[in-house]
Design a protein around this ligand. Structure first.
Ligand code: ATP
Ligand code: NCN
Length: 210
């Protein structure tokens, strides 16, 4: 089974890293693939370039066997639609490999607005990480999809795609890249929210400043 956590990672922080590591342990996976997007279609242009976000991610996970960078979106010159990415992964890993797209429930809350979301569910399972303070709106399309498709983590090895697996990880670190960027814009410290090497990189490259 292949698990991939897509993100803008502008910058990557301990909320992403700790979640990916704990998920890897919880599901008994060899690794989680960390996939930075290149040209986000759903949000404004990131503060750091694709190459800088990729370099920060590489620094952050250096020496951690359970986390692996997947640079396929950055190497591709087209808009970063997850459906294309999952098609590419399906072609690479073949029809018999289970694929899991990992996301926070905040991201899942707008899943019905993703490009070809129904096709995404034909290509992969969704692993949705619960986060304090985030809930699906009752009656929303996402709440209906959730209701219709949720499965338990133990069922994942037998389901190649189409299931939704809610996961509550032990660490629920309420860290966001938005807050980190705000701290740096204000000239305030962002220490302990992200790896020191990533913070040093951001400072050395004058990222997230006015
Ligand atoms: N602290 C966290 N704990 C668990 N999942 C997270 C956390 N922060 C982000 N995620 C999830 O990681 C994925 C990538 O997130 P992203 O790169 O947008 O980070 P972010 O901190 O939410 O950034 P921003 O504040 O810029 O929107 C998304 O699926 C998101 O839900
Ligand atoms: O394909 C889409 O339409 C789509 C819409 C919103 C988000 N995504 C992907 O979801 C991942 C998390 O997005 P974000 O904004 O939380 O960093 C990232 O890999 C995005 O490319 C994808």
């Amino acid at each position: 089974m292949i698990a991939v956590m897509g993100g803008t990672f502008d910058p990557v922080h301990n909320g992403h890293l700790r979640s990916a590591l704990e998920l890897c342990q919880l599901l008994g996976l060899a690794e989680v693939r960390m996939l930075p997007c290149h040209q986000p279609t759903h949000r404004s242009r990131p503060g750091a370039s694709s190459e800088q976000r990729l370099e920060m991610l590489e620094l952050a996970i250096a020496g951690e066997e359970a986390l692996v960078v997947d640079d396929r979106e950055i190497l591709s010159d087209r808009p970063s639609y997850s459906v294309y990415t999952l098609e590419s992964m399906r072609n690479e890993y073949g029809p018999e490999t289970g694929l899991c797209w990992v996301m926070g429930i905040d991201a899942f809350a707008s899943f019905s607005r993703w490009n070809q979301w129904e096709r995404i569910l034909k290509l992969a399972n969704l692993v949705v990480l619960t986060r304090p303070g985030y809930q699906l709106s009752p009656g929303s399309v996402e709440a209906q999809i959730w209701q219709a498709r949720h499965i338990r983590p133990e069922q994942l090895p037998y389901q190649l795609a189409g299931g939704i697996v809610p996961v509550s990880l032990p660490s629920q670190l309420e860290i966001s890249a938005t807050y980190i960027r705000q701290q740096l814009f204000r000239g305030q410290s962002a220490r302990y929210l992200l790896p020191e090497c990533v913070l040093s990189y951001a400072q050395a490259h004058a990222l997230y400043r006015c």
